[in-house]
Design a protein around this ligand. Structure first.
Ligand code: FAD
Length: 340
């Protein structure tokens, strides 16, 4: 059978397409263009509004394979994996990529094992090798100290998961057209030994780190757990979320969901403030695609300044109270002007 399309596994929650799907389309569009093949999104769920499905086409998919069934409403690994295996057998894509989300990280290894295919997890760069057309799958390795490029010359499809927020979502073009295909599944595809009883949203973290336009992150240079109140206050004044380096998470100054970096979250805010953070490669892996980076560090040679757009050299404990006060004054002034 001829090898053809590039696929992305689209994700939905309660029928709403998740942003990671558009990020994947952005990344996969260039792969499909280099290979001169179609780009398709595979979307599983139930009762998904038509405009949500159409959005995948506006964001770069040439085709959407839409598979809807009550069992597929929420993610369950067995039926999702069975459907994807059936789809691969039927349509023979050459590349399948998914987000390195809990869905992608769970279902793709399951599928890769069943299809005897290769899988590279947590890629940060994907490209096509000239001449062979193989997928070049690049990811941090050996504790993030090197970038390793992996290829799978023999097994097909070539499969990879990609870190959410490591790429901007594909731009919306309402002039794009595409095909929506609804494959008929064979019996037995939708069997699951696991049943989802309930889904409880974690609302304890305030503004979601990965959705925030502003992230204020503290590192060991903050000095002690109590000083994190300045990081929290600055984040509040700026309407942002609180991030942290692994060092302070390990010290118990703040909880793991706030960790930014290789073994934490990847963020792409408009503004990232790194306060008392040295800029270790593993931290940078999680925030380097931020639009504007501001660093406060008392060491003028700190690695973080090489990445920062703006740097303030000094003691964070001297700078933060003044900065917070000034920003509060600015906010109050703006409010007064708005009232006038
Ligand atoms: C496999 C692996 C995965 C990892 N994953 C992650 C990850 O996901 N995220 C992550 O962050 N790290 C990760 N790390 C750890 C990483 O290597 C660093 O150890 C960590 O990022 C350092 O945290 P830090 O910058 O807060 O501390 P440090 O490196 O100790 O830096 C503290 C900085 O604060 C400055 N400073 C000190 N006092 C002040 C002051 N009063 N005012 C202003 N500045 C001051 C210092 O000059 C210094 O630059 C990982 C490591 C490994 C091996």
């Amino acid at each position: 059978m001829e090898l053809n399309e590039v696929w992305v596994l689209a994700e939905q929650k309660n029928g709403i397409i998740q942003t990671v799907s558009y990020e994947l389309l952005n990344r996969a569009r260039s792969l499909a263009d280099k290979l001169n093949v179609s780009l398709a999104a595979v979307l599983m769920g139930y009762d998904i509004p038509a405009d949500e499905v159409q959005e995948l086409i506006y964001r770069g998919a040439d085709k959407v394979y839409l598979i809807e069934h009550e069992v597929l409403k929420d993610f369950l690994v067995e039926p999702y994996s069975s459907v994807l295996c059936y789809m691969i057998d039927t349509y023979n894509p050459q590349i399948v990529i998914a987000g390195a989300t809990s869905t992608g990280r769970t279902v793709l290894p399951h599928v890769a094992m069943r299809k005897r295919a290769g899988l590279t997890a947590d890629c940060t760069i994907l490209d096509i090798e000239e001449g062979t057309g193989n997928l070049l799958q690049t990811r941090p390795a050996i504790g993030g100290n090197i970038l390793a490029t992996i290829k799978t010359p023999e097994a097909r499809p070539q499969m990879a998961t990609v870190r959410p927020h490591s790429m901007k979502p594909a731009p919306r073009d309402t002039g794009r057209t595409g095909e929506i295909i609804k494959p008929v599944l064979p019996d037995g595809c939708l069997v699951s030994r696991v049943k989802k009883l309930d889904f409880i949203e974690d609302e304890s973290q305030g503004i979601s780190l990965q959705q925030a336009d502003v992230v204020v992150a503290g590192g060991r240079g903050v000095g002690k757990a109590e000083n994190f109140k300045y990081i929290e206050e600055l984040a509040k004044v700026l309407g942002g979320a609180v991030g942290a380096s692994r060092d302070v998470v390990d010290r118990g100054w703040i909880t793991y969901p706030h960790q930014v970096g290789l073994s934490g979250k990847t963020v792409t805010p408009k503004l990232y403030m790194a306060i008392g953070i040295s800029g270790a490669i593993q931290h940078i892996a999680g925030m380097q695609t931020s639009e504007t980076i501001v660093a406060i560090n008392k060491d003028p040679d700190a690695q973080i300044f090489k990445l920062a757009d703006f740097g303030i050299v000094g003691d964070a404990m001297d700078i933060l109270p003044v900065l917070i006060e000034k920003l509060k004054q600015c906010a109050a002034q703006r409010e007064q002007e708005a009232v006038k």
